[in-house]
Design a protein around this ligand. Structure first.
Ligand SMILES: Cc1cc2nc3c(=O)[nH]c(=O)nc-3n(C[C@H](O)[C@H](O)[C@H](O)COP(=O)(O)O)c2cc1C
Length: 245
């Protein structure tokens, strides 16, 4: 299995330790390759809001050289793991920066066909509070990218570093993460046969109608052409691909 892991920080702390538990479990089931990106190290620039990805194509983003290697790795993967510490009761700014850079792959614009047969896992690590909101943020992005199913996991470590985490807490975390990781591996195996979520199917239909209705020469005509070229205005859908394989 090919797994892309995105870390919302680069501290060598509890977030990385939680992911390493998951990696060990996944590797115990079969051959797994992990492609990892650490934020902000691998993407140290915020989205400037220039709209070029939407209007002129993602390759014209001033930060494409940093963003596109992440997108390519995600395209190739069977599963995606996003893990973020909680900062200010949300995902880290570094993680949010990646989400901002990837707005063009939302279903509202030009979703990647490959996403519709992928599964995801999101992990939120906090000292005390904020995992619910952070998990929701990561899951929402996955859902609008087309990811079929996502498992969420929140860890309240009550510590500022992994060394300070109580050993009883570590044992509990390891047991819970092992269960979640096992389920994630199983979902990767079943990714082509899992039923798409009703929400995504309805959303895809509604958005198709909206995008098809754009005026000729609209600033979002790239999105409209993309959907037309895929045949998505004429009954084709990215969900069919998953069902066939
Ligand atoms: C800038 C910053 C903001 C934080 N905000 C919160 C917060 O809102 N709620 C909370 O419970 N913990 C907060 N924390 C604690 C971290 O979520 C916690 O220590 C986490 O384990 C850090 O991840 P790491 O161990 O992978 O570095 C914050 C830490 C930092 C550095």
């Amino acid at each position: 299995m090919k797994v892309v892991i995105i870390y919302g920080n680069h501290t060598g702390g509890s977030t990385e330790h939680c992911v390493s538990i998951v990696k060990n479990v996944l590797a115990s089931f079969g051959e797994c390759s992990f492609t990892e990106f650490f934020l902000p190290t691998d993407l140290p620039v915020i989205c400037r809001g220039c709209f070029r990805c939407f209007e002129d194509g993602e390759e014209t983003c001033p930060d494409a050289r940093l963003v596109q290697p992440i997108v390519s790795a995600m395209r190739e993967a069977d599963g995606l793991i996003f893990a973020s510490p909680v900062y200010a009761c949300e995902v880290s700014g570094a993680m949010k920066t990646l989400f901002d850079h990837l707005c063009y792959i939302w279903m509202t614009h030009r979703p990647m066909e490959e996403m519709f047969s992928k599964v995801g896992m999101v992990i939120s690590v906090t000292a005390g509070a904020g995992t619910v909101t952070s998990i929701r943020t990561m899951e929402k992005n996955f859902r609008y990218w087309g990811v079929k199913r996502t498992i969420g996991f929140g860890a309240a470590v009550q510590a500022m570093s992994w060394n300070e985490v109580a050993s009883a807490k570590k044992t509990k975390l390891e047991a819970k993460l092992t269960r979640k990781a096992s389920r994630f591996y199983r979902m990767m195996e079943l990714r082509y046969t899992l039923r798409p979520m009703i929400f995504q199917r309805i959303m895809f239909k509604l958005l198709g109608k909206m995008i098809q209705g754009y005026e000729p020469g609209s600033r979002l005509s790239r999105d409209q052409n993309y959907w037309r070229d895929k045949g998505w205005f004429n009954g084709k859908s990215p969900f069919m691909r998953g069902a066939r394989e």
